[in-house]
Design a protein around this ligand. Sequence first.
Ligand code: UD1
Length: 424
Amino acid sequence: MGAFKETVDGMKIILVVGARPNFMKIAPILEAIELHNEKGRRPKMDPILVHTGQHYDHTMSDSFFEDLGLPRPDINLEVGSGSHAEQTGKVMMAFEPILQRERPDLVLVVGDVNSTLACTLTAKKLNIAVAHVEAGLRSGDMTMPEEINRKATDAIADFLFTTDRIADAHLVKEGIPNNRIFFEGNVMIDTLVKHRERSKQSTILETLGLRNGQGLHPYAVLTLHRPSNVDEPGTLSRICEALQEISLRLPVIFPCHPRTRARLDQFGLGDCFDGDSSRMRLISPLGYLDFLQLNSQASVILTDSGGIQEEATILGIPCLTLRENTERPITVTQGTNRLVGNKKETILKGVEWAMGQAGGTPQRPEKWDGRAAERIVERLAQIDRMNSAKFSREDSADWAPRNAAVLSRPPFQPSDLLSSRTPR
Ligand code: UD1
């Protein structure tokens, strides 16, 4: 980044999305870039949206583009499903020629999915700077594929944007210099803040019979897709037992991830949701607005997702995380989240706790204020301006950029000066 500034004005950024939890993180960043350009701020930014195609079903991908008003991806790599190695490898192979053709100044990745790591590796091997948004989250659980993706991405990315100070501390502990870490807040919450009002127009509660002339009927929301919960028949069956018991007290609404649905069928557990359909309701994955509305009125949310722990905190809804650990501890210390693992007894105890919670005013962690994307974009612009200034100096001896990518290669490589960037 910055290396092009002598010949070309502007900053070409490839933004990567791959899987469902990426869409709500990229949407506000794209909007902030648009705003930055509209206001005539420098450098002008030229975003390219790349979808790796890790998630491809309408309910897992397209419906989010519609709900969030995301533009159609400029490029879709269409890699689809596969083993971890296969999926990561396919993304890398498909992404490399895109980078060679587009020669961006920066690749921006979010979250911790396989696409995040694959695109980071590919870009860094071509000496292209990478910004990682939602850096520094750590569960300490190396059996989670996401933990591997997080650690590997953060080890080589240049600009690490964090959601809280605990994440900053993890990065520092791992030896990342302070000048690569930027605590700017939570972009997922930007999206929640922006769409909360609009989500109230969703009719999902009426469609599911949870709200009618008599008012709102209490219910629980469930999401479950982590391999540690759904890939082993004994574990999934015990979770189902707990859910059946909960459903005697509260209907359980379960927008079901495709991998979980496949496992339920494979393990012969589908029946568990086929009894009284009003008490244990397995439904297709919901779009962003319907899901936000469903969550915001729930009595309790049971989940093994990462982002939902954060959303529940802002919504002030008690959240039971069916895991032994979380990479988002701030949702426990400052939010509504409790770790209950995947044993029947602890899940049921958690529900007891949740039902006893009176809806107080939810706490809002620092910089979870709806403006994180704006700060990230302005920070990137500032870094770019700094590097451009350094590049234009005659005397480069005292040149000390914050940008590790620029540091890692000699300034003014012939390839930089000769490169012609493809206009879009
Ligand atoms: C991925 C992320 C996880 C994130 C989750 C959100 C990794 C390692 N995991 O997990 O962090 O919380 O997305 O959903 O990147 N499938 C479909 N249609 C789709 C997508 C997936 O049917 O559109 C099925 C396929 O059978 C696929 C399986 O779901 O094999 C798993 O999909 P995959 O993207 O590998 O992982 P997720 O479990 O979705």
